[in-house]
Write a protein that binds this ligand. Structure first.
Ligand code: AMP
Length: 279
C-alpha cells in the first residue's frame, strides 16, 4: 500500500494503474475508520482491481458552530486498517492542496436536492461535500466511487453530480453497517456515552417497528407510520426531520408504497445522528 500525501503522487499512482489497465475504485472518507468504512472498502474491491481510500476531514462541510476541531482524527490506526485490508493507495491531502484559495474560486453545487432535509439544517453541508468530492474525482479519476447508504441524501446528490457533469464514474451505494444494538456506525458515535449509545439505538428499533407495522398492513397511512416511529424513539432524542421519500427523487410522498425510504435525522444532546430504512 502506498500513502500519498501530495497531489502528484496520487496522480502518478492513478496514471500507472490506468497504464496497466487496472480499474480504480475510490472510497472517500473523513477517517476515524470503523466497520462501516471497512465494508465500503470490501464493496470497492468487488468492482475494481485497485482501491484508493481518501482520508480528509473536509472543513468546507462543517458549519462555523459544528465539530470540525473535535472531529476524531486517528490517521495512524486508519493507515494500519487500510493496510490490513490490502488497500492499494491512501490519499491524505492537506486543506491547502484541495482548496489552494481560502475562498474557493470555483464551487460545485447540486441544486434543489442539496436544499432538502439535511440541507435545511446544515445549509453549507452538501455544497462542502460536492466541492470536495468533485475535486477528489478530478484528482484521482476513479472508475467507481463507493458511498454509504447511511448518508442516503448524500448518495443521491453524488449520483446527480456525476450525471449532470458527465463524469465517467459509476457511483455505488453500500449498505448500512450497524452495531449489535442496531445503531448505525458513525465516527461521531465516539462522542456518545454508554447511556447515549443505548438511547441512540432506539432510532433503528423505532424505524424497524414502523417498517414491520407497514409490512404487516397494520399501518396504511404516512401519518401513522411517522407517529409509530416517534412513539418508539427515546425521549432524549430531538428530531430534526423524519420523512418518507421516493427512493430515486427523494421527494416526500403522500401515499405509502413498498420501496420508499424513511429518512431520519436528530440530535442526542449535541451529537447529530442520521439513519434510514426502506419500507
Ligand atoms: P465519513 O467518513 O463519515 O464521511 O463517511 C465516509 C463514507 O462512509 C460515506 O460514504 C458514508 O456514507 C460511509 N459510512 C459511514 N458510516 C457508515 C455505515 N455505518 N455504514 C455504511 N457506510 C457508512
Amino acid at each position: 500500500m502506498i500513502v500519498c500525501n501530495d497531489l502528484s503522487s496520487i496522480q502518478y499512482f492513478s496514471h500507472t494503474q490506468k497504464k496497466e489497465f487496472k480499474s480504480i475504485a475510490l472510497v472517500p472518507t473523513m477517517g476515524a475508520l470503523h466497520n462501516g468504512h471497512l465494508s465500503l472498502i470490501e464493496t470497492a474491491k468487488k468492482y475494481c482491481e485497485s482501491v484508493v481510500v481518501s482520508i480528509f476531514v473536509n472543513p468546507a462541510q462543517f458549519g462555523p458552530t459544528e465539530d470540525f476541531d473535535t472531529y476524531p482524527r486517528t490517521l495512524n490506526a486508519d493507515l494500519e486498517t487500510c493496510k490490513s485490508l490490502h488497500v492499494d493507495a491512501v490519499f491524505c491531502p492537506t486543506t491547502s492542496m484541495i482548496y489552494p484559495h481560502s475562498t474557493p474560486t470555483t464551487t460545485v453545487f447540486v441544486n434543489h436536492l442539496s436544499t432538502l432535509y439535511c440541507g435545511k439544517t446544515r445549509p453549507h453541508f452538501f455544497e462542502g461535500v460536492t466541492n470536495v468530492v468533485s475535486r477528489l474525482f478530478n484528482i484521482i479519476q476513479p472508475n467507481v466511487a463507493v458511498f454509504g447508504e447511511k448518508d442516503f441524501q448524500q448518495l443521491a446528490i453524488i449520483k446527480q453530480l456525476v450525471t449532470d457533469l458527465h463524469m465517467p464514474i459509476s457511483v455505488v451505494g453500500s449498505p448500512i453497517i450497524r452495531n449489535q444494538n442496531g445503531l448505525a456506525l458513525s465516527s461521531r458515535n465516539a462522542y456518545l456515552t454508554k447511556q447515549e449509545h443505548d438511547q441512540a439505538s432506539s432510532i433503528y428499533s423505532a424505524l424497524l417497528s414502523g417498517k414491520k407495522q407497514f409490512q404487516s398492513n397494520l399501518i396504511l397511512q404516512k401519518k401513522n407510520l411517522i407517529q409509530c416511529i416517534l412513539n418508539n424513539l427515546d425521549s432524549a432524542i430531538s428530531v430534526d426531520y423524519l420523512v418518507v421519500v421516493d427512493a430515486t427523487t427523494l421527494e416526500e410522498v403522500d401515499t405509502l408504497k413498498p420501496g420508499q425510504f424513511v429518512l431520519f435525522a436528530g440530535y442526542l444532546n449535541k451529537t447529530r445522528l442520521i439513519d434510514n430504512i426502506s419500507i
